[in-house]
Design a protein around this ligand. Structure first.
Ligand SMILES: *Cc1c(COP(=O)(O)O)cnc(C)c1O
Length: 484
């Protein structure tokens, strides 16, 4: 009986062909393509059949569904053709937020990507000689300006500086995790790497030093304890299998209290004395002086190289403010070995990344720090942020929407010193009859999506990480929430 009834209902449904022959869908197909429309029409009919089979639709229900079928198909087509990767407004105040894509690129990087990626380029062609070129020359020349010319004469572990050659070279791989992998594999395959137990870190997204070590075919030799490691511990750990001393930046945590860690210059002296290279995974790797924004105790790439670290690794999209990439900067002879490792070929970056990185580095060379969005955001004053916050507050405040402007802290994020915060002014928002989680959900699903912080039952917006031209979208979204 039921089956017979369902069969009658199924018979009411149009075929895919009939459905597509409607005027609206013909027009839609000419705009968005027949394939997308056919896919959507099929999916809509399948779900109607499922509804009928599950007994959730009677005759009237089917008639009702059929009356708006064109629109349902059209909505589905639009949904399917929308980008999944979208631009969002970062109002969290975390400048380098891994979930939000870390550093926004400088305008010059975007223009250079467009120019290089939309056409052919001299990626691996020497235009002077017509010979095959190396893709890393495009950025190595800029790294030399930023690093080599400032490090001064260095004498590596037992390797005298060679007159005509640059002392510091840089190569680029896919990300810093890849840079560490390449360095460990090149310098310590089948040998031992000495690391302090206090530095066996896991960075967000499951980058774990012991795992990377295992994949690189190097053996970890842990020394010291979680909270205290002395230079003598490293010294005692050295044996005939030791190939490398590794220092890892404690990006996302601090050890406080009864602690000890050797100074970098102690490690450099030991490395030179025993003729073993010293590798430092800096993680964030600033190319500018963080003290200029009030953050102390964070080593820069130059600091480490000047102190005599042989090779440093760091990310392109953290404090550097450029594209995702991993840099290896250091002694030219060691970098040359990394370049000839076949892993380098597997980890190399594409023309988009080189274009973005070259433009970012050029901004550093020209001293145009404000052209790099992540740096510009770090340099914004609390007063300037406060003025913008007040302007937003005044426009959106209403009986239903309570808006305060408060002192607070922005985070640099992305594995800069875990305690590195910048003073800011926050918008604290509460909406009558709406919980903080609901309110932040509304903001997250507005267009463009706005990502806020929720703390102590309040929604907090930090305009430090919001581009000024986005303030208006925030105002609009808040008004809309209050109007609901
Ligand atoms: C962030 C970080 C990494 C990983 O860098 P990616 O560029 O994300 O691969 C590795 N080591 C340290 C110390 C870091 O802070």
């Amino acid at each position: 009986m039921k089956l017979q009834a369902n069969a009658d209902l199924y018979r009411k449904l149009p075929s895919i062909d009939e459905l597509q022959r409607g005027r609206k869908l013909i027009a839609l197909a000419s705009k968005e393509g027949q394939v997308a429309v056919t896919d959507a029409a099929r999916a809509v009919l399948v779900s109607l059949r499922e509804e009928i089979a599950a007994g959730r639709l009677d005759g009237d229900g089917v008639d009702l569904a059929l009356s708006g079928l064109d629109d349902v198909v059209a909505r589905r087509v639009r949904q399917a053709l929308k980008y999944s990767l979208r631009s969002v407004i970062n109002a969290t105040g975390v400048i380098l937020h891994t979930n939000l894509g870390r550093a926004p690129l400088p305008t010059a990087s975007l223009e250079h990507i467009r120019e290089i990626a939309g056409s052919y380029s001299n990626l691996e062609l020497d235009l002077e000689t017509g010979d095959r070129g190396k893709r890393d020359v495009h950025v190595d020349r800029l790294f030399r300006k930023l690093l080599d010319e400032h490090v001064g004469a260095r004498v590596g572990a037992g390797v005298p500086a060679r007159a005509a050659e640059p002392t510091i070279s840089t190569i680029v791989v896919n990300n810093n995790a890849a840079a560490v992998l390449l360095a460990l594999n090149t310098l310590a395959e089948n040998g031992e790497v000495i690391v302090s137990r206090g530095e066996l870190v896991e960075i967000g997204g499951s980058f774990r030093i012991p795992d990377v070590m295992a994949k690189s075919n190097a053996n970890l030799r842990e020394v010291g304890t979680t909270n205290r490691t002395r230079i003598g511990d490293y010294e005692q750990g050295i044996n005939e299998k030791t190939r490398l001393l590794l220092r890892v930046h404690r990006s996302n945590f601090q050890i406080t209290g009864f602690t000890e860690q050797p100074q970098i210059n102690e490690l450099v002296s030991l490395a030179r004395k025993r003729d073993i290279p010293l590798l430092e995974d800096l993680g964030s790797g600033a190319l500018f002086d963080l003290r200029s924004v009030g953050v102390n105790g964070e080593p820069s790439v130059l600091d480490s190289l000047r102190q005599g670290v042989d090779v440093v690794t760091y990310s392109g999209d953290k404090l550097l403010g450029g594209p995702q990439a991993g840099m290896l900067s250091g002694r030219s002879d060691l970098i040359a070995r990394m370049r000839s490792n076949s892993l380098f070929r597997a980890l190399r970056v594409d023309k988009l990344s080189y274009a973005a990185l070259e433009a970012t580095l050029l901004a550093y060379v020209k001293g145009e720090h404000d052209a790099i969005p992540a740096l510009r955001m770090m340099r914004l004053s609390k007063e300037e942020i406060g003025r913008r916050a007040e302007a937003v507050a005044q426009t959106v405040r209403s009986p239903k929407l309570s808006v305060q402007v408060l002192d607070g802290e922005s985070l640099i994020g992305g594995g800069a010193a875990p305690s590195a915060v910048l003073p800011t002014r926050l918008l604290a928002i509460a909406c009558e009859g709406v919980s903080a989680d609901e309110l932040s959900g509304h903001l997250r699903t507005s267009d463009p999506p706005i990502i806020a912080r929720v703390e102590d039952g309040r929604v907090l917006l930090d305009l430090r990480t919001v581009f000024p031209e986005q303030d208006e979208a925030i105002t609009r979204a808040l008004k809309q929430v209050a109007g609901k």
